[in-house]
Design a protein around this ligand. Structure first.
Ligand code: GLU
Length: 443
């Protein structure tokens, strides 16, 4: 009898704990969405209408490994919302990815694309895999297998995937090739983030980081008297973080700390970002950078004496426990969901803290450039790198201006409570989706 009770107690605690841990990003996104809907004075039922994905696809991807055995991988595509256009969002390869995380990321794309004023809904894909453990042939097989499993559900006017964490232009090239073979014709517009040699634009590779830098500068101009000489720390030196650091240093900021999965580098005199990104070994492991103080602690950039912090790794990095030690006065989110709302509230309660520029605004440079690439592909046409970059800059600045205005308006209207820049961005985004739903007769 006693053992029965203990068994049930254990199971209850186990499921409760794992549920909380797994659903937390999704849960807090739901909460922020709810607050934005109420802030905008919109109908309550909008929460469920927007929060719940339209379709969730779960696939198995068998891959013949180099050792002759077949490994079976688990993949997803969350087709979150199509009110404003085709589903749009990246594909993530990560061993820790769960369907819950994918749903939160897909909701993030719906909100990001709406806020950016591009004609897309939102979606996100994922494969549960550690790609560093695969050979190049196995990686190619996996990527082609993912496309075969999803072939019927994607398309240039249906669902347009792109790169995300651990996926890149080469993977998009394999994917577009597989899709084209199955279609019997070239279909460039079904994936974005392709190599420039294969219908991509040269500006796409750095567009997310470039957008982060443009918004960091815009915010520094608005709150801190400019970007020149401002100390920047970057957590995560992948595609987003490395190019954000590069463009920020080009704009006159001083990058003092970087990190990736193996550790970090800190140099109060400034890191030579151009040198760092020119070396593949540094991209792989930042501790191989020739100067500065090295550490195995990946969180060093979060806590150094920086003016601006760019979290550009994964979700849930700035937690209430860690936030006490964060010194930066401005946070520009390169990653999706890096700042947990309770931590964000603590930041805003500090004297002299300016803002957290939220992911759906700050890192939208990638998907906005994807949109330009898609338009190129639909017309079999090309903009030059400079033209595409300038278009992106103009769109990012316009989005920043609209959010700043909304933030001021909503803060003035709700003087009794804290309105964050994330709340204002979510509210603007939801308003556009709501108007489209109304016009379509869905609400
Ligand atoms: N993965 C990127 C993001 O999270 C880009 C998505 C895209 O280009 O569709 O915004």
């Amino acid at each position: 009898m006693n053992t029965e009770i203990y068994k049930y107690l254990f199971l209850i605690i186990y499921y409760w704990k794992s549920d909380v841990a797994m659903a937390s990003y999704l849960q807090w996104m739901s909460q922020v969405l709810k607050e934005a809907i109420s802030l905008g004075g919109l109908p309550e039922e909008l929460h469920d209408l927007i929060f719940k994905p339209e379709r969730v696809i779960s696939v198995k991807i068998p891959v013949k490994m180099d050792n002759g055995k077949v490994a079976v991988f688990e993949g997803y595509r969350v087709q979150h919302n199509s009110v404003l256009g085709p589903y749009k969002g990246g594909i993530r390869y990560h061993p820790d990815v769960t369907l819950d995380t994918d749903m939160a990321l897909a909701l993030g794309m719906t909100l990001k694309n709406s806020l950016a004023n591009i004609p897309y809904g939102g979606g996100k894909g994922a494969v549960k895999v550690d790609p560093t453990k695969l050979s190049s042939r196995e990686l190619e097989e996996l990527s082609r297998g993912y496309v075969r499993a999803l072939y019927k559900f994607i398309g240039p006017e249906v669902d347009i995937p792109a790169p995300d964490v651990n996926t890149n232009p080469q993977i998009m090239a394999w994917m577009v090739d597989e899709y084209s073979k199955l279609s019997g014709r070239n279909v460039p517009a079904v994936f974005t983030g392709k190599p420039p040699e294969l219908w991509g634009n040269p500006a796409r590779i750095y567009s997310t980081g470039f957008g982060v830098a443009i918004l960091a500068k815009a915010a520094a101009d608005a709150f801190m008297g400019g970007i020149e000489g401002k100390k920047v720390a970057v957590h995560g030196f992948g595609n987003v973080g490395s190019y954000a650091a590069y463009w920020l240093s080009k704009l006159g900021a001083k990058v003092i700390a970087i990190s990736n999965i193996y550790g970090s580098v800190y140099d109060p005199n400034g890191i030579d970002v151009e040198l760092a990104i020119s070396k593949p070994e540094v991209i792989k492991d930042v501790r191989t950078y020739p100067k500065g103080q090295k550490s195995n602690d990946t969180d060093v950039p979060l806590f150094v004496d920086a003016d601006i912090l760019v979290p550009a790794s994964l979700e849930n990095v700035i937690t209430p426990e860690k936030v006490e030690r964060v010194k930066a006065k401005l946070i520009v989110e390169g990653a999706n969901g890096p700042t947990v709302p309770e931590a964000e509230k603590l930041l805003y309660s500090r004297k002299g803290f300016h803002a957290v520029i939220p992911d759906i605004l700050a890192n939208s440079g990638g998907v906005v450039m994807s949109y330009l690439e898609w338009v190129q592909n639909l017309y079999w046409f090309n903009w030059s790198e400079e033209e595409a970059r300038e278009k992106l800059r103009i769109i990012m600045m316009d989005n920043f201006k609209r959010v700043m205005e909304a933030w001021k308006r909503l803060s003035d209207k709700n003087a009794d409570k804290l309105v964050t820049m994330r709340d204002a961005s979510f509210a603007l985004s939801v308003e556009r989706i709501y108007k489209a739903m109304k016009l379509r007769g869905q609400i």
